[in-house]
Design a protein around this ligand. Sequence first.
Ligand code: XIL
Length: 298
Amino acid sequence: ASSLGAAAAQSGRYFGTAVAAGKLSNGTYAGILDREFNMITPENEMKWDATEPSRGSFNFGSADQIVSHAQAHGQRMRGHTLVWHSQLPNWVSALSATDLQTAMDNHITQVMNHFKGKIYAWDVVNEAFADGSTQHRSSPFQDKLGNGFIEHAFRTARSVDANVKLCYNDYNIENWSDAKTQGVYSMVKDFKARGVPIDCVGFQSHFGSGGAPASLQTTLSNFAALGVDVQLTEVDIAQASSSAYAGTVNACLNVARCTGITVWGIRDSDSWRSGDNPLLFDGNGNAKAAYTSVLNAL
Ligand code: XIL
């Protein structure tokens, strides 16, 4: 195949990237995007601070730009993200428990309704677990609404849209033996046992230069065995070695329910970790060695 998207499609998977609306007018950027990728995650444009900067006042302008671009170029979308402690406007953090619950439900409802029919999967809750622990992290949602806020968010999301896939997304859950991985695994197992609607788990996969932990494939298969799809949702790897990228991609390819891979940006210069040169294209938009290694692995 002659592109990442086409290569991934040979096995029924997608290959995506994070996109910033403000860069779509850059010809080099849009050229690579439309040549290589068939799934798009808005890098920031669907986060709470962008979509509901003040209570009840919704702004979908920049996210709509990305959705329009995707529709014009036959790309699907991951929605990112509805409930997250970060990039959360101050007004949300200041609410009482009762108001926070109402605001959370309203945010999920308004945002999902706006994009209904245009999104393949939503990251309903992002990064709710604490590093080095099986427990949830402290956040306005956790601290005011308690442990049940994740279940509540998924149930609300399902009530808004019966068709879209609902994902839990996190980082540092790629290594099977990590406490955080086990905590998320227990939650998904419990959700499936009790019929709480969850369809997928996103493994962000922000890796150091060594690449994925050796257990990544085991982790993906163990989660998949619970009855959820799994996806690598924000891949970037310090120094982007060919072998680290190939290992990461192969872990997904070896798991039937690993449905796709998204890298977190196009060129190194677009990366939130630009100092690590962690992506598949250099600052000039030229494919790096890791690009070829991924293309060959797919
Ligand atoms: C990052 C974006 O890439 C940056 O532009 C922004 O300043 C901060 O957020 N986990 C996530 C992503 O789920 O939304 C984050 O994206 C990276 C870590």
